[in-house]
Design a protein around this ligand. Structure first.
Ligand SMILES: *Cc1c(COP(=O)(O)O)cnc(C)c1O
Length: 401
């Protein structure tokens, strides 16, 4: 199913499944078997050496995982895709496949916390130089790439202030110096953004978030050119960050409703962000759908919708956040995002817990910033829930701390 005139919503439901069904069942089976049996030793040998199709051992390949990989591959319009136990495994394995001592990575300050740790804590020990630019400062990224770069690593929109980077413009400069371009597309999902269209080499997902969508399975995926994905697959099959078959099944099931969930989440995010922008207790609202957001025009150019994530700060500072968050009835106060349930958390205990207050300030993250991952609940119910929680705050709260 590679037909380009099939819409992504239809692909999300059907793609990658038929080839992996068995017994006439309408759903893909969860193949838990670790190994596969062969009576004919020559056949076994041919499969083991890649001459014939088939499976040998679960760390290498598994039919349920392949069905998930095929679904995400088709949704990203990629030549190939492979899967991982987590999003971080997808990121670390992809970087490790291509980086060698002496190489140079250019990225940005606002990448996902785990990714930032790879850049600041682990890669430097392997003699890999990492240059982290101000997120959204396109001139700085261009200048750093032109100094020499093996991998340009982007994430857009970012956590937690949903900053936007121009994928097409950044990919162009990376190609000038022969760098590979990776984009973490977790926040946008393939419904809202398809980085491969802009010449990006590899798209990475934490499937744990929007793809699975139900906060009940961990997983990751990488999509892109076949020759590159095959090398990453080989690294993964040997190093062992393999997805669990049950998780793959939950991803497949979750992705069938991806377009519906994301549509509702984007619609609600826009309405709620607009609503909060005018609220007396709210200081700032960060959402790329708002015309006041610095990345709005770029987001409008490269995204189909503006996403289900936004953040906002309260005039009453951290004291207000402490009072306000527990009052929300229809939100989990948790570190996750992209689920059917609304999920909230302060940036300083979720995405940027490792940073000092000074570092957060330097990153433009107010101490009282609340990250809001919109679920699929009714929009008005979410607005009313926020209203009642904000109404509980003292009227005079206007001190910044
Ligand atoms: C959560 C997340 C990751 C890491 O994914 P895990 O599945 O938790 O390992 C990477 N990038 C982004 C943008 C994320 O939100």
């Amino acid at each position: 199913m590679t037909n380009t005139h099939i819409n992504r919503s239809t692909k999300a439901v059907w793609a990658g499944e038929k080839e992996y069904r068995a017994f006439g069942a309408t759903q893909v089976p969860v193949v838990h078997s670790v190994a596969y049996t062969y009576d004919d030793l020559d056949h076994w040998y041919d499969v083991a050496t890649g001459k014939k199709e088939g499976h040998i051992y679960g760390r290498n390949t598994n039919p349920t995982l392949q069905s998930f990989e095929e679904k995400i591959r088709i949704l990203e319009d990629a030549e190939a895709a492979t899967s991982f136990s987590t999003g971080m495994a997808a990121i670390s394995n992809s970087l490790a496949t291509f980086l060698r001592p002496g190489d140079r990575v250019v990225s940005m300050k606002d990448t996902y916390g785990g990714t930032n740790k790879i850049f600041t804590e682990f890669l430097p020990h392997m003699d890999i130089d990492v240059s982290l630019c101000e997120t959204g400062n396109h001139e700085e990224i261009e200048a750093e790439v032109r100094k020499g770069c093996d991998i340009l690593y982007l994430e857009t929109p970012t956590n937690p202030t949903v900053k936007i980077t121009d994928i097409e413009r950044m990919t162009k400069v990376a190609k000038e110096v022969g760098a590979l371009v990776f984009v973490d597309n977790t926040f946008a999902t393939p419904i809202n953004q398809n980085p491969l269209e802009f010449g990006v080499d590899l798209v990475i997902h934490s499937a744990t978030k929007f793809l699975g969508g139900h906060a009940d399975a961990l997983g990751g995926a990488v999509c892109g050119r076949k020759d590159l994905v095959e090398r990453i697959f080989h690294y993964r099959e040997i190093n062992g960050a393999t997805m669990d078959p049950m998780a793959a099944y939950l991803m497949i099931r979750g992705m069938k409703t991806l377009h519906l969930r994301v549509r509702q989440q984007c619609e609600s995010a826009m309405k709620i962000a607009e609503h909060l922008q005018n609220h007396e207790q709210v200081d700032q609202v960060f959402y790329p759908g708002l015309k006041t957001h610095p990345g709005h025009d770029i987001a409008a150019k490269q995204m189909n919708q503006f996403g289900g994530m936004f953040s906002f700060s309260l005039k009453g500072g951290m004291d207000a956040v402490r009072q306000f968050l527990p009052k929300l009835e229809y939100a989990n106060r948790a570190a996750n995002l992209g689920s059917v349930e609304t999920t909230v958390g302060p940036a300083r205990t979720t995405s940027h817990v490792e940073n000092t207050p000074e570092e957060r300030a330097a990153l433009g993250i107010p101490e009282s910033l609340v990250r809001y991952s919109v679920g699929i609940e009714d929009t008005d119910d979410l607005i009313n829930d926020l209203e009642q929680a904000l109404a509980s705050l003292p009227k005079t709260a206007s001190v910044q701390n």
